[in-house]
Design a binder for this molecule. Structure first.
Ligand SMILES: CCCCCCCC(=O)SCCNC(=O)CCNC(=O)[C@H](O)C(C)(C)COP(=O)(O)OP(=O)(O)OC[C@H]1O[C@@H](n2cnc3c(N)ncnc32)[C@H](O)[C@@H]1OP(=O)(O)O
Length: 194
C-alpha cells in the first residue's frame, strides 16, 4: 500500500521536463558532485559511494552497495540510508535539467528489507516541472536491475540560486570548496553547470 501526498501532485499548469542539450549523454557516469558528499563522495569512508549514470530523457540510473556501516537492524540496511540513496539519485537528475535544486520533500515506501551486501539498482526520473518546483520519482530494486522493488520515493525538489549554499553552508567548507584550484570540482561542489 502506498500513497502520495497532495504536496507531491504537480499543479495543472505543470509542464513536461526537458532534457538540457548539454546534459551528459545516456550511459555517461555523472561522477561525484562533491568529494565530501555522504551520498556520492569518495572522501566519505562510510558514505554510500553511489554511482549515477545519465539515462534517456530526464532519467538517471544508479547503483549503491549496502555495506556494514549502513546497518539498522542486524544484517539489514538502515531505512534512512536507503532514503539517502533515493535522495541522492533524485538529486542527480539536476545534471540532466542543468539546474541547481535541493530536496524540499521526499516521501518513501519501504517494500522489502535490504540485506548488507545487496546492490540496490536505482532509477529516477523527473515527471513534471512547475516554475521552481521539480517533481520526480525513484525506485530501488534488488537482485538485478529488473528485480523486485525494495524501495521507492516521490520527491519535490526546489530550484535555488548558488547563494543558497554560499549563504547557508558552514564557512570553513564553503571557503575550502571555493578555493579548490580544480575549476571543475569547484563548480560541481555547488552544483553549478561547469
Ligand atoms: C547531485 C546532487 C545531489 C544532491 C543530494 C540530494 C539533495 C539534498 O539532499 S539537498 C539537502 C536537503 N534539502 C535542504 O536542505 C533544503 C532545505 N529547505 C530550504 O532551503 C527551503 O525550504 C527551500 C529552498 C527548499 C524552499 O525555500 P524558498 O526558496 O524560500 O521557496 P518557497 O517559496 O518556500 O517554496 C517554493 C515553492 O515550493 C513549495 N515547497 C517548498 N517546500 C515544500 C515542501 N516541503 N513540500 C511541498 N511544497 C514545498 C512552496 O509551497 C512553493 O510553492 P509555490 O511556488 O507554488 O508557492
Amino acid at each position: 500500500m502506498s500513497g502520495t501526498s497532495a504536496a507531491l501532485t504537480p499543479p495543472a499548469d505543470a509542464i513536461r521536463p526537458a532534457r538540457h542539450p548539454d546534459a551528459p549523454a545516456p550511459g555517461e557516469l555523472i561522477g561525484a558532485h562533491y568529494e565530501h558528499c555522504f551520498g556520492c563522495g569518495g572522501g566519505q569512508a562510510h558514505g554510500l559511494h553511489l554511482e549515477a549514470r545519465a539515462g534517456e530523457g530526464v532519467a538517471i540510473t544508479a547503483e549503491f552497495t549496502v555495506r556494514e556501516a549502513h546497518q539498522g537492524a542486524p544484517g539489514l540496511a538502515h531505512g534512512g540510508v536507503l532514503a539517502t540513496a533515493l535522495d541522492e539519485t533524485l538529486g542527480s537528475l539536476n545534471w540532466l535539467l542543468r539546474v541547481i535544486a535541493v530536496t524540499g520533500r521526499l516521501e518513501t515506501d519501504f517494500r522489502r528489507p535490504v540485506p548488507v551486501g545487496t546492490v540496490l539498482f536505482l532509477e529516477a526520473e523527473v515527471t513534471a516541472v512547475a516554475g521552481r518546483k521539480i517533481y520526480s520519482t525513484a525506485t530501488g530494486r534488488i537482485g538485478g536491475p529488473e528485480g523486485p522493488v525494495a524501495v521507492r520515493a516521490e520527491a519535490l525538489f526546489i530550484e535555488v540560486k548558488v547563494d543558497h549554499f554560499i549563504e547557508n553552508g558552514r564557512p570553513e567548507e564553503i571557503r575550502a570548496a571555493m578555493n579548490d584550484p580544480d575549476q571543475i570540482r569547484r563548480a560541481r561542489a555547488f552544483e553549478v553547470n561547469p
